[in-house]
Design a protein around this ligand. Structure first.
Ligand code: SF4
Ligand code: SF4
Length: 480
């Protein structure tokens, strides 16, 4: 299965076959059973067809068994992403979602699906429907498969943005870590940093992503369960704009209890929603699904105003909205200026004049000495920031970093452009649907602020790990 366009580019390698071959070293050391004391070491040899054989003490040869890597083992190191992709698809596929949701319902569990606004915008563009209509039809589909609550990660993002702004103000005050603060919990960027840029880890914001903050809410006692099922367990799935999010959900940092359970049980990429529809209601067009009322008990978690009929989201939120909100809060709290004015984005350097993915933010009413902030989307721009960081020439106090050019509207798991539509034009259509949300500052989301206080700081923070290169200890790394 081709990995192209599914993962962010940091997690993709081209020209790999879809299996773990000895020359493509899995960085995860395999558990090798020890032989009985005195047993002879096994010899490996290449067969005439290039496959690997095990040579016994008596000279007999047998094909070497296939290596098996579970989703929890895989570090998403990009060492063999096509094989990792196979593991992921098997472990968090549309079929898996459907069977686990059905099993959860029949066991009495509450089924919750949290939806990324970037995924919703992509579906709206693809099915050529207004954003709110798309949400209603998607809700119908998800209810058909047993979902009790559909919630929007925009709510959790509002909480994450406030928490990030607090972290930024702390760091500007000299505590909590160095500057620049590198914000966003894009899993493509996190994997890349953990494996290749360990010097960047102290700069990274410790606030969880919107998906994981929503997971913290869903797993908490503050999540509103249906009457009569207050003690029921929860099955929690997410719909996200990239396959990288499947890896984020499977991090040990987001485990709950023993046995490999995670706070998000499974992640569907946006384009797997079409498969859910096909498997659930074969032959039914998305546009023909009924418009569900958005009236369930988890309504505040939808960022939806039923009276006005609008969905809300933070401004400049293609990558979450971290930069704008943290800058405004810092100007307010550190400099005492209540309104930083209009925000505009200018290329970060003369050589980046046509590069809309590497820009500095300018706030029209920002006072002298206000923090300098920039966005860097895509690995070309991230590498530029990493270089400046290493050389200690980074002039910014905050950089919003994500793996995909044009950020999450252009994620690798989004709906593909129709035949003949260029990727840029397609992203513009997705952006137009995304803009149907009413912009609202997270500061105006009282329900999110109340939930942030209820959850507390620790529930919203995570840690990062340096991922060492373990290939030297790995039997699969042997070269013949
Ligand atoms: S850890 Fe790396 S090499 Fe091993 S399966 Fe995962 S992506 Fe492939
Ligand atoms: S930028 Fe967004 S869509 Fe792309 S890898 Fe990161 S989180 Fe996923």
């Amino acid at each position: 299965m081709a990995a192209e366009h599914k993962f962010s580019i940091g997690l993709r390698l081209s020209d790999l076959n879809d299996y773990i071959a000895p020359s493509q070293a899995c960085t995860r050391p395999a558990d090798v059973p020890r032989g009985a004391p005195g047993a002879q070491a096994t010899q490996l040899a290449l067969a005439a067809d290039g496959s690997v054989e095990e040579v016994g003490a008596d000279g007999s040869r047998a094909a070497l068994g296939a290596a098996s890597v579970t989703l929890n083992d895989c570090l998403a190191c990009s060492g063999c992403i096509t094989s990792a992709e196979g593991v992921l698809v098997a472990a968090q596929s549309a079929s898996e979602f459907l069977s686990r949701a059905a099993a959860a319902r029949s066991s009495g569990a509450v089924v919750v699906v949290s939806l990324s606004p970037h995924s919703l915008a992509s579906l709206a563009a693809y099915y050529d429907l207004p954003l709110l209509t798309t949400l209603r039809k998607l809700t119908t589909l998800l209810r058909m498969v047993g979902t009790d609550y559909v919630v929007d990660t925009s709510f959790a993002l509002d909480m994450a943005l406030e928490e990030t702004a607090c972290e930024f103000v702390e760091r500007l005050g000299g505590s909590g870590g160095p500057l620049p603060l590198l914000v966003s919990e894009c899993p493509g960027w996190v994997c890349y940093a953990e494996k290749t840029q360990p010097h960047a880890l102290p700069y990274m914001s410790a606030v969880k992503s919107g998906m994981q903050v929503m997971a913290a809410i869903v797993r908490s006692k503050h999540f509103p369960r249906p009457a009569g099922r207050e003690q029921a367990p929860i099955f929690h799935a997410s719909i996200m704009p990239c396959f990288d999010k499947k890896l984020e959900a499977s991090r040990d940092d987001f485990a709950r209890g023993e046995g490999g359970l995670r706070e998000v049980d499974t992640v569907l990429a946006t384009n797997e929603v079409a498969e859910v529809l096909e498997k659930t209601a074969p032959g039914v067009r998305f546009a023909d699904l009924a418009d569900a009322p958005l009236d369930d008990g988890a309504l505040p978690l939808l960022n939806y105003d039923a009276h006005a009929g609008v969905l809300f989201g933070a401004p400049h939120a293609a990558a979450g909205g971290y930069l704008e909100y943290a800058l405004r809060r810092a100007v307010e709290r550190v400099h005492g200026v209540r309104d930083a004015g209009e925000l505009s984005f200018v290329p970060a350097s003369a050589s980046a004049a046509k590069n809309a993915d590497f820009c500095e933010a300018r706030a029209s009413a920002a006072p002298a000495g206000a923090p300098k902030c920039a966005c860097a989307y895509g690995f070309r721009n991230i590498q530029n920031v990493m270089r400046r960081l290493k050389q200690k020439t980074c002039a910014y106090q905050l950089v919003e970093v994500v793996a995909c050019p044009q950020a999450c509207l252009n994620g690798g798991g989004q709906m593909k452009p129709p035949e003949g539509v260029s990727r840029d034009k397609w992203v513009e259509r997705v952006r137009a649907r995304f803009a149907e949300r009413a912009e609202r500052s997270p500061a105006a989301n009282e329900a999110a602020e109340a939930m942030r206080k209820l959850l507390g700081r620790e529930a919203m923070r995570t840690v990062f790990h340096v991922r060492e290169d373990k290939s030297a200890k790995n039997p699969l790394a042997i070269q013949w």
